[in-house]
Ligand binder design. Structure first.
Ligand SMILES: Cc1cc2nc3c(=O)[nH]c(=O)nc-3n(C[C@H](O)[C@H](O)[C@H](O)COP(=O)(O)OP(=O)(O)OC[C@H]3O[C@@H](n4cnc5c(N)ncnc54)[C@H](O)[C@@H]3O)c2cc1C
Length: 310
């Protein structure tokens, strides 16, 4: 019926609807993890109460404690962010609780900007960060929040702080609208962002199945603009233009230590593929470049925040 109904019962009609509901957690894929578990083992993957809870747990942790970060397989929100978080937590521990460690339990073998991260971890934190990859049994298969136990294919862990990031899918409303498929994500036409499943609904941001384009704020912002352009053309009866999306991903591993990955994406079949023109920071770079990139990251954040929210 092309109608959106809000919680207070108000109904709004539309010609075309843009959905950008972000992510929800695919809890069936992680036995033992639910709302109650997130109160002891925070995911902190949606900002607000959860990130504050993780902060309080880190502050309360004794020196010589272990912080575990459980990382899901892709697709997931901001694939490099768990590794950035590992570095930032290590920075806090090195400063305040130097006998502690960060244990990464990973459902992946390789990850974005891996060489840059691993070099930075070694350089800045020595052996403080340990990572157990998929092929070493690092994939988390279940959790028990009563005992704060993380179960992996290799063994059980009972860290002092358990940051468990569960597998994900598109925000629930996308499923209710019929725009999510069996993967839990929303297939789209990458030229118009129109759902492959429901006509006149366009899906942007983390919720869409974007292929090579990572689920990031940079991508969501670029997709929003391209989608608006496509809708203007469609409403005017014109053919939509093929978009070329640009995104830059900054990672901060310590204050004044940053690196980046810039990339361009274009539609290829039903998804976005990376095309020429991208660049990654060099692995061997002088401290001045790391410091410059950390400052650029802050400026990027201020610009995209103002651009998005005014
Ligand atoms: C730790 C971390 C670090 C990150 N770092 C970066 C980074 O450095 N650079 C970068 O580009 N990206 C980063 N990201 C990723 C970025 O935050 C997301 O990719 C981006 O927010 C996605 O935008 P979105 O619009 O798809 O979803 P969201 O930002 O989650 O917005 C969706 C909104 O829809 C609302 N919503 C959902 N359902 C409904 C409903 N039924 N009715 C009304 N409202 C609803 C939600 O409440 C939410 O406000 C990071 C993410 C994390 C977790």
């Amino acid at each position: 019926k092309r109608r959106v109904t809000t919680g207070d019962g108000t109904a709004v009609g539309y010609d075309r609807l843009v959905l950008s509901p972000g992510i929800d957690f695919h809890l069936e894929a992680l036995p033992g993890y639910d709302e109650a578990a997130s109160e002891t083992m925070p995911h902190a993957w949606k900002a607000g109460a959860q990130t504050l809870l993780l902060r309080r747990q880190l502050e309360a942790m004794p020196d010589s404690g272990t912080v575990a970060i459980a990382i899901p397989a892709n697709p997931s929100r901001c694939p490099p962010a768990p590794y950035e978080r590992a570095g930032l937590i290590a920075h806090y521990l090195k400063t305040k609780k130097p006998r502690s460690k960060v244990l990464i339990l990973d459902a992946k073998d390789t990850f974005s900007q891996q060489r840059l991260f691993e070099k930075a971890w070694k350089e800045l934190y020595g052996d403080m960060i340990e990572r157990i990859a998929l092929s070493q049994g690092g994939r988390v298969t279940s959790v028990d929040h009563a005992t704060r136990t993380i179960v992996t294919e290799f063994g059980n862990y009972t860290p002092d702080v358990a940051n468990v990031i569960p597998p994900q899918r598109a925000g629930r409303i996308a499923g209710i609208a019929g725009a999510a498929d069996a993967t839990g994500w929303c297939p789209i036409d990458p030229v118009t962002f129109e759902s492959k499943l429901v006509k006149n609904i366009h899906v942007i941001g983390d919720a869409c199945l974007g292929g090579g384009i990572p689920k990031s704020a940079a991508a969501a912002s670029a997709q929003g603009k391209a989608c608006a352009g496509a809708i203007v053309n469609l409403l005017a009866g014109r053919a939509p233009e093929t978009p070329r999306l640009t995104g830059v991903c900054y990672n901060i591993v310590a204050p004044g230590y940053g690196f980046s990955l810039a990339a361009n994406y274009q539609p290829r079949g039903d998804i976005f593929a990376e095309v020429e023109g991208g660049a990654t920071s060099p692995v061997d770079a002088p401290p001045e470049l790391r410091a410059r990139e950390a400052a650029e990251a802050q400026r990027w954040f201020e610009t995209i925040t103002a651009d998005t929210f005014g």
